[in-house]
Write a protein that binds this ligand. Structure first.
Ligand code: ADP
Ligand code: MG
Length: 322
């Protein structure tokens, strides 16, 4: 079977004209006014694939918007408007409308936080499927792209990685976490934080950015491919929960950290001269920003542990088809 990205490349990737940024970044960028551009993106959550069919509807409403906000964050855009296309099984449309009122409450709680307006959508009956389209605004030419990482850049990540994947492995009964460990990682899976403020503040500090939806290796890989550069990252520098850090010798925990999806943290690259400014920004936003490696000449991603041992490069990110 061909991969998700082969499908896009072979059947849908087309050249764009008139300075538009099309397929291949976290959002498309099109002109809006003389000084501004629109950033536009869409993401779908499928029952049984992206969430359990009995998922808490409040958290699901929240997450449906969060994953879309995250693509705006990755571009440095200010999210403004959304459209919501809902396909609902009839059993969720009950007499008391409990599912719908909780889902919409979760959705609007997050929308109101960022003053994002719901301006349209579609409602159909069928297997539960949630699609959101989002439109943001950004000053012309300021979007942070995946294709501008520069040799010598530091590679940074926000927050902690691997938490959502660890929680999912517990939910799938592949590991057993203590209630305390679970309470530390479950929020990342169920109600991820989109790093909207960080993204906008990185506009004049970062050369490139992506949000980590499919895992660090896969998503940083997109930045390297689009920027035609290589990178080295240090496994033990990647910020994560203590339970992951202390078990990095085990493939399962390493996999959470390197290829676990759904964290929606930002991975960005920036010139060394911006180190102090980025560190101050992290303090100001009360959000850990951690340097995990460097951009190099070439095209490969090299991952080394604290003893300089090469970590197997066969780790892949999440792909819907392989
Ligand atoms: P993200 O993880 O940031 O949401 P994806 O990995 O889903 O982005 O998609 C990668 C790129 O391919 C994006 O620019 C997206 O808009 C584009 N893309 C995905 N699926 C299609 C499709 N069926 N047709 C056109 N473009 C697509
Ligand atoms: Mg993205």
């Amino acid at each position: 079977m061909i991969s998700e990205f082969d499908i896009i490349d072979r059947f849908f990737q087309k050249p764009t004209y008139n300075g538009i940024v099309g397929i291949g970044d976290d959002a498309a960028i099109i002109p809006a006014s003389q000084n501004t551009e629109f950033a536009i993106s869409t993401d779908t959550l499928v029952s049984g694939k992206h969430f359990f069919p009995d998922a808490d509807p409040y958290k699901l409403g929240y997450k449906s918007l969060a994953v879309n906000l995250s693509d705006m964050a990755a571009m440095g855009a200010k999210p403004r408007w959304v459209l919501l296309a809902l396909t609902l099984p009839k059993h969720l449309v009950t007499h008391d409308n409990a599912w719908l009122s909780e889902f919409s409450r979760g959705f609007f709680d997050l929308a109101n936080t960022y003053q994002v307006e719901l301006i349209g959508g579609d409602t159909t009956a069928g297997p539960l499927n949630i699609n959101v389209q989002i439109i943001g605004e950004i000053i012309r030419g300021k979007a942070i792209r995946r294709n501008n990482a520069q040799v010598g850049d530091d590679i940074w990540v926000s927050g902690q990685l691997g938490s959502a994947s660890l929680a999912l492995k517990h939910e799938l009964q592949q590991i057993t976490l203590t209630p305390e460990e679970l309470s530390q990682c479950l929020p990342a899976l169920l109600m991820p934080s989109a790093r909207i403020t960080l993204g906008q503040r990185l506009v004049n500090l970062a050369h490139s950015a992506i949000d980590i939806s499919d895992g660090l290796v896969a998503d940083l890989g997109h930045v390297l491919k689009n920027s035609i550069v290589a990178a080295r990252i240090n496994l033990h520098d990647i910020p994560c929960l203590p339970i992951i850090k202390s078990n990095l010798a085990q493939p399962l925990f390493r996999e959470c950290l390197l290829s676990g999806g759904d964290d929606y943290e930002l991975c960005f690259t920036a010139s060394e001269k911006n180190r102090n400014a980025i560190e101050s920004l992290g303090k100001e936003l009360n959000l850990p920003l951690t340097r995990i490696g460097k951009i190099l000449v070439g095209h490969q991603l090299v991952i080394k542990d604290h003893q300089e041992k090469l970590i197997s490069p066969d780790i892949k990110g999440y792909d819907h088809f392989i």
